[in-house]
Write a new protein. Structure first.
Lengths: 180, 185
């Protein structure tokens, strides 16, 4: 029981103190889980992170589930994940409650308009970084372009495009067109 | 009650198919307003701005925010729990078979093609974010705000700079807020 509480509070702190998620969370995870708690080694953390990146879901959440599961089984995985998402639930709910009043403040709306421009630049940066990592050959390049165009010009649901891409990869592998 | 079931189905799907973390949820969130009236497509830009400037993983923040818009406090909780449920299930299965999962050729080949597809999808979503954040006036008509576009380009170039690359996204968010206030954007 005590360890479950520690799991919850540790991941609560990580969720409540890190901005951005994804790779920006790695230093915080390392500090809390490897250096302070000695729950996992740095190599294990990187392994979890790599798996978290190629399994569905939010990477930070996946890593929390992994570490929690390793410490205390299924219950541990659930408790660590709940700890990770609790700060978001609390902060965003409070913020959303006051957002209309908040946004009607003229200074806040100036600030948010500035932030939106930064978000546009950050998003471009994210796409370029992801493209560098995921587009390793001409085949991947064409898949990215096709997915981009399908999402832009057709009403095909996003989920379906992801599923088709996955099936396409497996078919290519089966027919010898893809070596992994 | 129906809205909670719909929130569960939609966000469970997002959690299950958003491969690549937080940003991968954006195309799905842009897609949602075509089926539900929980929020407008243009609101995604606000959601992103709020999620980037508050603690916590972006994907989780966006789910809470979208769920809250749809059905208040309990909507936020349902959307967030639905989003993480697939992760819990998938990761626990993967943790049991970690060694073989990483080396399984079918898994590897599926992800080999899914990752670039997700990149393309995020590309489309980013165009949508630009459209609503930069190129749409309050009355919905097209605009071309030269100052904002140049500012965006300047920020992007700064982010790509070797020395500035390591800076935390929160730093850029803070810069954006300050610039927005100074120039009364």
């Amino acid at each position: 029981m005590e360890e479950l509480i520690t799991l919850y509070t540790t991941f609560f702190r990580i969720g409540g103190l890190t901005f951005g998620g994804g790779l920006t969370m790695l230093p915080m995870l390392k500090h809390e889980l490897v250096e302070k708690k000695d729950w996992v080694t740095e190599d294990e953390l990187l392994d979890y992170y790599a798996v978290g990146q190629c399994t569905p879901g939010i990477i930070a959440v996946n890593t929390a589930t992994f570490v929690g599961y390793k410490r205390k089984g299924v219950i541990g995985g659930i408790v660590a994940t709940l700890g990770m998402i609790s700060p978001s639930l609390i902060i965003i709910s409070i913020l959303a409650l006051f957002l209309d009043q908040f946004m009607s403040n003229v200074w806040v709306s100036h600030a948010v308009n500035g932030i939106k421009v930064v978000v546009c630049a950050l998003m471009l940066n994210t796409v370029v970084t992801m493209a560098k990592k995921s587009i390793v050959n001409a085949l991947c390049g064409s898949i990215a372009v096709i997915a981009f165009l399908l999402a832009l010009f057709t009403p095909i649901p996003t989920v379906l495009i992801v599923v088709i891409a996955g099936i396409f990869g497996i078919i290519l592998y089966k027919t010898g067109g893809l070596k992994v | 009650m129906k809205v909670f079931l719909e929130l569960f189905i939609e966000f469970f799907q997002i959690g299950l198919f958003a491969v690549g973390g937080g940003p991968a949820t954006i195309p799905f969130l842009m897609d949602l307003p075509s089926r539900h009236d929980w929020y407008e497509r243009a609101d995604v830009a606000n959601m992103l701005a709020v999620s980037e400037s508050t603690p916590g993983p972006i994907g989780v923040n966006m789910a809470t925010y979208a769920g809250y818009n749809a059905a208040g406090l309990s909507g936020g909780i349902v959307a967030t729990l639905s989003l993480v449920l697939p992760s819990i299930i998938v990761i626990i299965i993967v943790a049991k078979i970690l060694e073989s999962f990483n080396k399984n050729s079918y898994v590897k080949s599926a992800f080999h093609t899914i990752r670039p597809a997700v990149t393309g999808l995020i590309g489309t979503a980013v165009l949508g974010i630009w459209e609503t954040s930069l190129f749409t006036a309050e009355d919905g008509s097209f605009r071309f705000p030269i100052f904002s576009v140049v500012l965006c380009a300047v920020f992007y170039i700064a982010m790509c700079n070797k020395k500035l690359k390591k800076l935390h996204p929160a730093f850029w968010i803070l810069c954006g807020a300050v610039v927005g206030i100074i120039f009364r954007m």
